[in-house]
Design a protein around this ligand. Sequence first.
Ligand SMILES: NC(=O)c1ccc[n+]([C@@H]2O[C@H](COP(=O)([O-])OP(=O)(O)OC[C@H]3O[C@@H](n4cnc5c(N)ncnc54)[C@H](OP(=O)(O)O)[C@@H]3O)[C@@H](O)[C@H]2O)c1
Length: 280
Amino acid sequence: MRSAVKNGVYKRAAVCYNICMEYTLITGATGVLGREFSLQCLSNGENLYLTGRSDAKLSALRRELLESHPEAEIKIFACDLANEDSLGNLFADAQNLTFSRLINVAGADVQKPFSQYTHKKLTMQSRVNFEAAAAMCLFCLAHRAQKICIINISSLAGEFVTPYFAVYASSKGALTSFSQALAYECGGTGVTVCAVLPGAVYTRPDVKEYISKQGLWGRIAAKTPKYVAAKALKAANRGKTKYVPGVANKLLYFATKLLPPRLRIAACAAVRKNMQKDAF
Ligand SMILES: NC(=O)c1ccc[n+]([C@@H]2O[C@H](COP(=O)([O-])OP(=O)(O)OC[C@H]3O[C@@H](n4cnc5c(N)ncnc54)[C@H](OP(=O)(O)O)[C@@H]3O)[C@@H](O)[C@H]2O)c1
């Protein structure tokens, strides 16, 4: 927290300064939802360690954030989460820092029939959506403050068997399951873990276009990044381990769970069948 630094408690040598300061690590900070989490954490007085693939995008984001919060401590490090060496470089860069919050926002929502995947695309999506998020948890647990709050941005899609979106739904389902298991393992140790399962969120232009074609219920259920980030932070701070933002999404979640399994899979397939996304 910046207030501790203001009080002069931790002002000694530069190394001690880094170790004593607490940071919030945000992956996918250069994305729409990641930028919103960055803004809200800054407003909470948190110091940021932001990552995304592009150094240019991260530098622009840092400049933008510093304009509204000139006193903030913001570190950036570009990293391809699907690349083990790149991930290793980030861990080396951050090894002397202490983290009190981790928000895994990065995700790859490639959507197409599985037979159209390449092995490389499969590896990339699986790693970004699950393995890298788990690796970040492992790193931050080893470099944590007395208390750490972990938020993993999963998806409502991860709760359902979803043909034509199979890798995304499966990897997000794994992230949700992992988050809840980790929350249990770490109970009472100062570590909280919350899986956040948004429905549609108004983020990239192609996602907004998808939402506009979803009819009235889809538009009612869709949420803004500001709403999702604020609710996720609140839920995580309250110690929730699994959180679905928005009443309409909660209703959709429970209603879909009530369908017989074969009908449920057919319904999920029908929503995804005529759409493909491959922007990564
Ligand atoms: N939008 C929705 O409707 C929705 C619904 C449910 C869940 N979610 C989840 O919410 C999260 C954010 O979504 P968004 O809509 O804000 O997406 P977005 O704007 O496309 O942002 C995705 C972020 O992930 C990063 N990323 C992707 N591949 C990466 C890689 N290989 N290495 C490092 N970073 C990588 C991107 O970095 P670059 O800037 O370098 O590309 C970007 O910062 C995702 O996990 C998504 O699955 C979204």
